[in-house]
Design a protein around this ligand. Structure first.
Ligand SMILES: NC(=O)c1ccc[n+]([C@@H]2O[C@H](COP(=O)([O-])OP(=O)(O)OC[C@H]3O[C@@H](n4cnc5c(N)ncnc54)[C@H](OP(=O)(O)O)[C@@H]3O)[C@@H](O)[C@H]2O)c1
Length: 327
């Protein structure tokens, strides 16, 4: 099969289009014919050998896919060849075929197209888990989203807006903030120019944000914690800025607030039934149009490395897709 291949953990520049053996399903697995794969920040890490999971070389990146079931492994019940599904695969999705665990594969409602599912599974799954589960978001609360124009960020803006929250988006340019407004953000902060804590306090009449979505890390995390309201919830999701922050614990005490970790992959492994219920909510949102992944570009496998480069260079608003179809 054709695949975007990582031979030596040399990063995006080392990726090439080539042939890998067709995958076979192990017990409890499916093989999917990929229609589209979403591009995620961790794809840029996994091809450098810097992600928690280090696949045996050579491998194809691509951790979230949508497509049809092409083969069913031993002991699998509930899926048939031809079923339309989406799956979290960690890697292997930037190819014509990929393996998927049954526990991390979900059937698509008829109204959900492959592109939306491939673009939205991880970002909306993570944002839903963060806001509704770890963050216990209530209507009327104020949500601050850092990195709001990225994949998880835009998903969080839409989910929070749909839940009746007041959403403050933080992004690095006016163009990116405009995108956040289209997705439902009420207010915006250009955090590359404005001091984050002061801007949030000003927009909330000194009260602060009830819930903070943090996918950026670095110095922004402490500023965001300082901008958190009494009983607020700071949700630690990722460190796109590259630096893992340390937090002064006295701020948690003074504000009576929480800092909570959000690790969606681990939710899938440890609590598959709960994860399936949340993915079901997300797919229902795609089906009724209340949630809409913003796809900014589709790349064929032959140009897949360009897609990863766009994401790594902070040039990708919303989500990018890689598709086996060349056209
Ligand atoms: N915990 C989990 O379960 C989970 C699940 C999915 C993703 N994640 C993590 O969450 C983070 C965001 O993922 P994503 O898919 O939303 O990525 P993304 O689409 O690249 O978005 C990240 C956003 O962070 C902002 N950013 C600020 N400083 C940055 C820097 N130095 N380099 C790159 N971006 C920077 C960018 O927005 P501006 O340019 O506007 O600032 C960008 O839009 C990643 O660290 C990812 O690994 C975690």
């Amino acid at each position: 099969m054709r695949a975007l291949i990582c031979d030596r953990n040399e990063g995006i520049a080392g990726l090439r289009l080539g042939e890998l053996p067709d995958p076979q399903p192990a017990a409890g697995e499916l093989v999917l014919r990929v229609a589209a794969a979403g591009v995620n920040f961790y794809d840029t890490l996994i091809v450098q050998g810097k992600y928690q999971i280090k696949p045996p070389l050579p491998f194809a990146p691509g951790g979230e896919v949508a497509g049809t079931v092409a083969a069913v492994g031993e002991g699998v019940a509930g899926f048939r060849i031809g079923d339309r599904v989406c799956a979290f695969t960690s890697y292997g999705g930037d190819a014509e075929l990929c393996r998927a665990r049954v526990s991390q594969t979900w059937r698509l409602p008829q109204a959900v197209d492959f592109d939306s599912a491939a673009a939205g599974l991880v970002a909306y799954g993570t944002a839903w888990f963060a806001l509704h589960d770890r963050g216990r978001l209530a209507a009327g609360e104020t949500v601050l989203v850092l990195g709001a124009a990225g994949g998880v960020g835009l998903a969080a803006v839409q989910i929070a807006h749909a839940a009746g929250a007041r959403v403050i988006a933080a992004a690095s340019s006016p163009e990116r903030l405009a995108l956040c407004r289209e997705a439902g953000a009420d207010l915006g902060i250009e955090y590359s120019r404005q001091e984050l804590k002061d801007a949030v306090k000003e927009l909330t009449a000194g009260r602060g944000a009830d819930v903070v979505i943090d996918v950026v890390g670095g110095a922004f995390t402490e500023s965001a914690l300082r901008a958190t309201a009494w009983r607020g919830r700071l949700l630690v999701i990722g460190f796109a800025a590259g630096e893992i922050p340390r937090l002064p614990a006295n701020l948690l005490l003074l504000k009576g607030c929480e800092a909570s970790g959000v690790f969606w992959d681990e939710l899938l492994r440890r609590e598959p039934a709960r994860a399936a219920e949340q993915v079901g909510q997300v797919l229902a949102g795609f089906a009724d149009g209340s949630l809409r992944p913003r796809i900014s570009a589709r790349y064929p496998l032959s140009r897949g490395a360009e897609a990863l480069q766009m994401l790594a260079g902070r040039k990708a608003p919303g989500k990018l897709l890689i598709t086996p179809a060349e056209a």
